[in-house]
Design a protein around this ligand. Structure first.
Ligand code: NAD
Length: 443
């Protein structure tokens, strides 16, 4: 099949590369000329495990191409995926300007029947807006070309995006025509050979499914963070509680880790967008509002703990391990490291940071002045951050941070204080080694 993917970011590039890996001919389109130029030379603009090899294979087999010209890509294809960003607008609702700009461009260039697939996470009712935008352009041209708009939300996780795309739990297709359902079913049949993973539903149902999935996961995290904070007040170890409740098959162990708040390009913006959707129909989304509030508060918890232990932070040095919003990615969007580091810098501390993949992307998040003034220091490895530091704060649970040489760490720290934002260390062991340890919700 000939596929065009518009938007070559985390979702578009992974989807395009994986469709090409299945033998389809794929053209990835993006307005970002630098991104397309580097992809043409085989350079991957993001860090995502296994992606480089899949892209390289696609290019070598001439199945995967990159361009900045949507009309050029459209000439040979009849399935167009819209995979552009849907960032929060000023009021927190999903901003559809990129999605609708692509829809208009498709309408301006459509020559034959095509399926237009919303892969971006978009509010309920967006497919109708995409349809109207395309039809308006066709009307301006005075042409009558049939097309279908389909919702096919993406559930991949950054850090495991290629394997999630290749082996999805489910493939949700919201469609209202048999022709579109048939084309989408053919496209996905080989991702579903073990058992049928394709779920057909109404377009609005599919749009809502994506938000409900992310909101449910965010709810689990915020719920567990709330329990963890309560555990601290009641002298209870949340890790015992986590094991105790996870063993209940109705609850399960996944996504109930307490921590320093969820980040990333999806959960914060999607929970907010769902709240705004609720408001638009005068629905009071009590749970979703609480999920968001708890998360915003949780992102302050690490700073409070550092301050409680150290007091005045002016002139102190704090080591931070992990910048990315989670391991396995260089994505810094809404990462809990950002409010922590900004608060430390505002309090007059010097912050020494390390991340295996996100150091470059993180530089966009902080005022360059802090780096120039030597107050925000990027270190070549995680132990270097600890040289003369008054505390080490673990923010992102990268594998390489899990079993560090604690003796070496203790030698380097000025004060043997560890604040563990992900509860990955054993408090008893660290106490025996002479550290002052504090996790999230631990006794
Ligand atoms: P991204 O910011 O990484 O990529 C979006 C790309 O679209 C950018 O490269 C941008 O230059 C390009 N773009 C913008 N306007 C364009 C236009 N008119 N024509 C061509 N390209 C254009 O975004 P992402 O993380 O890939 O997310 C894309 C969508 O998928 C969002 O709606 C997001 O919520 C959703 N989603 C993301 C993830 C994830 O883990 N990142 C997972 C599931 C769903």
């Amino acid at each position: 099949m000939h596929i065009t993917i518009v938007g070559t970011g985390y979702v578009g590039l992974v989807s395009g590369a994986c469709f090409a890996d299945m033998g389809n001919k794929v053209t990835c389109v993006d307005v970002d000329t630098r991104k397309i130029d580097s992809l043409k030379q085989g350079q991957i603009p993001i860090y995502e495990p296994d992606l480089a090899a899949v892209v390289e294979r696609g290019i070598k087999l001439n199945l995967l191409q990159f361009t900045t010209s949507l009309p050029e890509a459209m000439a040979s294809s009849n399935i167009f995926f819209i995979a552009v960003g849907t960032p929060p607008g000023e009021d927190g609702s999903a901003d559809l300007k990129y999605v609708l700009a692509v829809a208009r461009e498709i309408g301006q260039n459509l020559q034959n029947y095509a399926v237009i697939v919303d892969k971006s996470t978009v509010p309920v009712g967006t497919a109708d807006k995409v349809r109207v935008a395309i039809q308006a352009e066709l009307d301006k041209r005075g042409v009558d070309i049939p097309f279908d708009v389909v919702s096919n939300p993406e559930f991949l996780k950054e850090g495991a995006a290629v394997s999630d795309f290749m082996k999805p739990d489910r493939i949700v297709i919201g469609a209202d025509s048999d022709r579109a359902r048939q084309i989408m079913g053919d496209l996905y049949q080989d991702f579903s050979r073990n058992h049928d993973k394709v779920m057909y539903m109404g377009i609005r149902d599919a749009e809502m499914t994506k938000y409900a999935a992310n909101a449910m996961l965010a709810t689990k995290i915020s719920f567990m963070n709330e329990i963890a904070n309560l555990c601290e007040e009641l002298n209870v170890d949340v890790e015992e509680v986590r094991h105790g409740i996870g063993s209940d098959s109705r609850i399960g162990y996944s996504f109930i880790y307490p921590g320093c708040g969820y980040g990333g390009s999806c959960f914060p913006k999607d929970v907010q967008a769902l709240v705004r959707m609720a408001e638009s129909v005068n629905f009071d989304a009590k749970v979703l509002n609480a999920v968001e509030d708890r998360n915003l508060a949780q992102k302050q918890v690490l700073f409070s703990k550092v301050q409680r232990h150290i007091g005045d932070l002016n002139g102190k040095t704090i080591a931070v391990w992990g910048l990315a919003f989670k391991p396995g990615t260089d994505d810094m969007r809404e990462a809990p490291s950002i409010p922590l580091i900004n608060a430390l810098l505002s309090a007059g501390a010097t912050v020494k940071v390390h991340d295996p993949e996100a150091m470059q992307t993180s530089k966009r998040e902080f005022a360059p002045k802090h780096i120039e003034d030597g107050l925000l220091v990027y270190c070549a490895n995680h132990f270097d951050t600890a040289d003369g530091a008054d505390a080490m704060v673990l923010v992102t649970e990268w594998k390489q941070y899990r079993q560090p040489d604690f003796d070496l760490l203790k030698q380097k720290l000025k004060q043997p204080l560890i604040i563990d934002g992900r509860n990955i260390y054993n408090p008893e062991k660290l106490k025996q080694l002479g550290f002052v340890y504090e996790g999230i919700g631990r006794r």
